[in-house]
Write a protein that binds this ligand. Structure first.
Ligand code: SF4
Ligand code: SF4
Length: 149
């Protein structure tokens, strides 16, 4: 069994409770949609399987934990931003201090999900996790676009 984090942006009111509950600075971001008033985008890692960020990291800084969470090891990270380039959800952030940040699923009990009273974040058990990246550019295309390969 694996767990899947669903993001239902249509339910988000922009209250920022999830952002405040996250123990990782920049683990999750809530961003106003420029073209739609009072609408918000929730930007957080979906813990893809397979995960393009894990595949692209040449430094072994990203890995998959036993509970299926994609984990960032800061001590191995060089802030090269290759993971940011390939993430289809824009969910690996470069902080102002130059370090990278992403969700680690709070060891399997995400606090953002517990904090969201609107039900915009849902964490559920599934037989087999499939996180889709359909319609998105391939990793190689993204890397070439970003001038990283
Ligand atoms: S590609 Fe993005 S959404 Fe998918 S596991 Fe990596 S950081 Fe998370
Ligand atoms: S920024 Fe860090 S985690 Fe991301 S690909 Fe580069 S070394 Fe890996």
């Amino acid at each position: 069994m694996e767990y899947l984090l669903h993001v239902l942006t249509e339910k988000c009111t922009g209250c920022m409770d999830c952002v405040e509950a996250c123990p990782i600075e920049d683990g999750i971001r809530v961003i106003p949609l420029p073209t739609l008033p009072e609408r918000w985008d929730i930007v957080v890692c979906r813990h893809c399987n397979p995960a393009p960020c894990v595949e692209v990291c040449e430094f072994g800084a990203l890995s998959v934990s036993a509970n299926g969470a994609v984990i960032l090891n800061q001590s191995l990270c060089t802030s090269c931003k290759a993971c940011t380039a390939v993430c289809p959800f824009g969910a690996v952030f470069l902080r102002p201090d130059g370090t990278m940040a992403k969700c680690d699923l709070c060891s399997g009990s995400p606090r953002c999900v517990a904090a969201c009273e609107e039900g915009a974040l849902v964490y559920e058990r599934v037989e087999r996790k499939r996180v889709l990246i359909r319609g998105k550019p391939s990793m190689v295309e993204l890397l070439e676009f970003k001038g990283l390969r």
